[in-house]
Unconditional design. Sequence first.
Length: 303
Amino acid sequence: MPELPEVETVARGLREVLPGRRVLSVRLGKTDFIDDPAALEQDLPGSTFARIRRLGKYLLLDLEPRKTPAEQTSLLIHLGMTGKLSVCPPETPVPLHTHVFLALDDGRELRYNDVRRFGRMALLANGAHERVLGGLGLEPLEISEGEFRTRIQARKSRIKAVLLNQAVVRGIGNIYADESLWRARIHPEKIGARLKDDELRRLHRAVQHILREAIRLRGSSVSDYVDLDGGRGEFQQKHRAYQRDGKKCARCAAIIRRIIVAGRSSHFCPQCQPAPPKRRKPRKVAKQRSRKRALRSRSKAKR
């Protein structure tokens, strides 16, 4: 799934071509990923794109108000797993699974293609922005070290799950969580609330370094992701943990391992990222279990 660097790359491409462009017409194919297809068809024609924003993994294509500034409307787009945007002449061959066509006043089309249709598209107006996006956490490229530490230490979940929680910080997914934890030398199963200050300092720096480097290299193309022009990113060549299980660690030559954390594949170096110590079971619980085992053994002996 495209994460912050990939979505930012697409946003930067859109900023070069969309502001000031007016939508002449809307043509839709399959619409099961669109909140209100009729709203797009009826309300989008005649609108002019004002600016392009990214909030976490979401794109917001803000439209110029038609009447008063309070009537701010935006086209929200989430690329899901396989969503792609392109701006091209209308005679450009149409790939399969292209479901949205916006005819622009410069003669080109903004197209949305999505094989699996796990993305989302919606026209947000009159306060709907807060209802839809109000639960998102802070921007990881802007969050201070102190705020980052406070948010992580408030969570008793494993740190990999905390980084994936969009209510804590927005935009980080599986790729950049694995890469940040590897760079910070933190095991993905460590509990966020138990991380020490120096670990959180390293992690804060690692997250921002990894994301900025990934944006510079236009994202990671490990599956379907391409930018607005159909080009592949290059950051996958810099991966040090993600999907490298069975390969040597670039730092210590130990073998990268893969485990499941919070239902997601997690890749780490067992030497550079030592596992947290296993917590001992309370003595009372241990005694109870020992007593139950003894009783079972006696019962089997009698048989």
